[in-house]
Design a protein around this ligand. Structure first.
Ligand SMILES: Cc1cc2nc3c(=O)[nH]c(=O)nc-3n(C[C@H](O)[C@H](O)[C@H](O)COP(=O)(O)OP(=O)(O)OC[C@H]3O[C@@H](n4cnc5c(N)ncnc54)[C@H](O)[C@@H]3O)c2cc1C
Length: 497
């Protein structure tokens, strides 16, 4: 058996890579095992939500994100000039959609500057892989995890690659192996939810008469939903006649052409199919994100339909939430009960996404009842409060972990870029607005994993490494600060008051 490591992360998708970066920054010895020999080129996410983007920016990827965004915007220019695209372009007054209703208004949002970035999944994975490489994190490609045995003090992980097979001993196993997670199945996690009802397609194709297709944007037709853009040749079709017969079967040109003709109601042919995938509205969530020494993050823990582009960001925030906590447990600074807060915080966030995607499916269907409900939702979205509620639900900005504080900012994830810049090394931040310096003294006595920074304006805030506000206080008030430091960083901290 190979030399032990602290953590084996299974899967070098976006979530696995960020989890490994977080763990590495926290001082854990981590290895990522990925069954694919090279990154997947399948089309998946086209954008990354605000909380996911901020998680990347906090760990040294702000410039890479800006560069990738500039490339995406250039690719989209061609569509942005078309009729119907006004709802999507950078200058638009809208910032997303609910079930294809592109009515979420920037002017109704509390924090419109916290926005999704139009960077596709390959772009996100590439910047994460580069960052992981720069931090010296080992990512073993072409290496599939085939089984594991959990012992009381560690896990023996079995892997196989074209060059052979082996075993690796670790203390913790983190399954970031996607929606069909074998880690989830092998570890025996419950995965309750609703079975798929419909089939959805995403494709990049060359069409003989693209001009005949409906303009850019989502269109509910008598047979389903059809959309094209925001990049040339990208098609998106929702077929509500039933779930896929065989989800594993390759998607053929004939299948895409038939569905495209039927749903768009247009006489077009697919000349070349560059890539295509088919998925369903399977909606499931694990009951707990941890079983013993096995933890799950990302799609491995939750699956849902991709409407509104929420899955990638949801998974990245899982990784950010888990990484620093597990690293603190591995360093021996925190008991493993800290990991209970991972499920307690992230499961409700996933639940909210599952709920809103189910609701979106319900009003996308082509039947008249769905149409009537859709009209009602569109009418309600004219009200600022409703618009904000739906906007914050879709962006994830409504996320607030229940930490037991009456203050609204406690439990929220801060998005301030300048605060994120202080957290590049994986540590938390204490923003000290007090005048007597006592609060910073307390923080320094408790942990070296929080950087103290004096600020001119309050409130003072203890920000965890995942950007969650763990405590806030006004003026020279330190009430509850020691308790927060004990809870998140230093359980044995002696009272200084
Ligand atoms: C068609 C489609 C469109 C989408 N659109 C959006 C969107 O617009 N916005 C958005 O936010 N989200 C979108 N999503 C969701 C988003 O793609 C996922 O939420 C995201 O990929 C989750 O990342 P992950 O790292 O958890 O899993 P994955 O990206 O699935 O990565 C899992 C990795 O684990 C590897 N693996 C699996 N099993 C093993 C094993 N046994 N051993 C080793 N490696 C293994 C896999 O090869 C893979 O690389 C979309 C998804 C689909 C399918």
């Amino acid at each position: 058996m190979e030399m032990p490591v602290d953590v084996v992360v299974v899967g070098a998708g976006p979530v696995g890579l960020l989890a490994a970066i977080e763990l590495g920054l926290g001082g854990a010895r981590v290895v990522v095992l990925e069954r694919l020999a090279a990154p997947s080129m399948a089309i998946k996410a086209m954008s990354v939500g605000p909380l996911g983007s901020e998680a990347l920016m906090r760990r040294g990827m702000a410039q890479a994100l800006a560069n990738a965004e500039a490339r995406s915007v250039a690719a989209m220019q061609q569509f942005i000039t078309q009729p119907g695209a006004a709802a999507r372009g950078p200058g638009s007054k809208f910032s997303g959609h609910f079930a294809g209703l592109a009515l979420i208004r920037k002017d109704a949002q509390k924090e419109p500057e916290r926005r999704a970035r139009p960077v596709d999944q390959q772009g996100v994975e590439a910047m994460l892989a580069e960052r992981a490489g720069a931090l010296g994190i080992e990512v073993r490609r072409g290496c599939e995890v085939t089984g594991f045995v959990q012992q009381h003090d560690g896990i023996d992980v079995a892997w196989a690659s074209p060059a052979g097979a082996g075993r690796l001993r670790c203390a913790w196993l983190v399954g970031c192996d996607g929606g069909r997670s074998s880690i989830r199945k092998m570890a025996g996690f419950d995965f309750p939810g609703t079975a798929p009802t419909s089939t959805f397609y995403q494709a990049v194709a060359e069409i003989d008469h693209p001009d005949r297709l409906l303009p850019v944007g989502w269109h509910r037709t008598p047979a389903g939903v059809f959309s094209h853009g925001p990049v040339p040749g990208r098609l998106f079709m929702l077929d509500f006649t039933g779930p896929p017969e065989d989800r594993q079967a390759p998607v053929t040109r004939d299948e895409i052409e038939a569905v495209l003709r039927r749903i768009s109601g247009t006489d077009v042919r697919v000349n070349v199919l560059a890539s295509a995938n088919r998925w369903a509205d399977n909606t499931r969530l694990v009951d707990s994100y941890r079983r013993g020494r096995v933890l799950l993050a990302g799609d491995a823990a939750h699956v849902h339909s991709p409407f509104g582009g929420q899955g990638l960001s949801l998974g990245l925030v899982d990784a950010a939430n888990l990484g620093w906590k597990l690293a603190a447990v591995i360093r021996g600074e925190m008991p493993d009960s800290l990991l209970d807060s991972y499920t307690a915080e992230r499961r409700p966030a996933a639940e909210a996404v599952l709920q809103n995607t189910l609701a979106q499916v319900a009003i996308l269907r082509p039947d008249p009842q769905a149409g009537a409900m859709r009209e009602l939702v569109a009418t309600l979205m004219a009200f600022d409060d409703v618009n904000r509620l739906i906007g914050e639900t879709m962006s994830g900005l409504s996320t607030r972990y229940e930490l037991g504080s009456a203050r609204d900012e406690v439990g929220r994830l801060v998005g301030d870029v300048s605060i994120g810049e202080l957290m590049q090394d994986g540590r938390g931040v204490f923003l000290d607005a007090s005048t007597d310096g006592k609060a910073s003294q307390l923080v320094r006595a408790a942990t070296r994993w929080v950087r103290c920074v004096a600020v001119d304006a309050g409130p003072s805030m203890l920000v965890r490494p995942d950007a969650c506000v763990a405590w806030a206080g006004d003026d020279n008030d330190t009430d509850g600060l020691e308790e927060a430091l004990r809870r998140w960083f230093s359980p044995a901290l002696e009272s200084m008051s």
